[in-house]
Write a new protein. Structure first.
Length: 173
């Protein structure tokens, strides 16, 4: 019973951190849907393809991380243009279910293309992000919380001040 409270706190923190990640994914889906009117099921696979390209450029071509990131951005711009020209442009004014199903098919094609280009083995992406347990939380409170989760949550936090809308109840003169 003695270790129950630290485990509860650890599980709560990890659950909140996972919730932040899921909310970011949901926010991505909402932004794409609001901008295009299409529920893009291939969104996650596009991120996977970008990650595979980044790792492939760093490992197989030996590019430094900063150059591989720039090259990956270029590859993804070209890929997005090709997807728009070859797939989505021909589906304008179609039923939403057709657009949705086409993004599912696109997801499968991109996943297979990524496997063909960069291989299907597990890859390690090392661009300097912290890994392992947070030393401070582990040493002081005996809580295991991933450093990467903390960095992602802090990065995702909206630190912009909110402005209240000015409302006036008096008639203008």
């Amino acid at each position: 019973m003695e270790g129950a409270l630290p485990f509860f706190i650890e599980a709560t923190i990890s659950g909140l951190m996972a919730g932040v990640m899921y909310s970011l994914v949901a926010l991505g889906f909402v932004l794409i849907f609001k901008a295009s009117g299409i529920f893009n099921f291939a969104q996650g696979v596009l991120a996977l393809f970008a990650g595979l390209t980044l790792v492939g450029l760093m490992d197989k071509l030996g590019l430094p991380a900063w150059l591989a990131i720039i090259a990956t951005i270029g590859v993804m711009i070209v890929l997005a243009w090709l997807i728009e020209r070859l797939v989505l442009q021909h589906l304008v004014n179609q039923d939403p279910i057709i657009l949705f199903m086409s993004t599912i098919g696109l997801a499968y094609v991109l996943e297979g293309l990524g496997d063909l280009m960069w291989g299907a083995d597990v890859k390690v992406l090392d661009i300097g992000l912290p890994q392992g347990a947070s030393d401070w939380l582990l040493d002081n409170f005996n809580l295991y919380v991933e450093k990467l989760e903390v960095v992602a949550a802090v990065t995702a936090a909206d630190r912009r001040p909110t402005r209240a809308k000015a409302t006036t109840n008096s008639p203008s003169r």
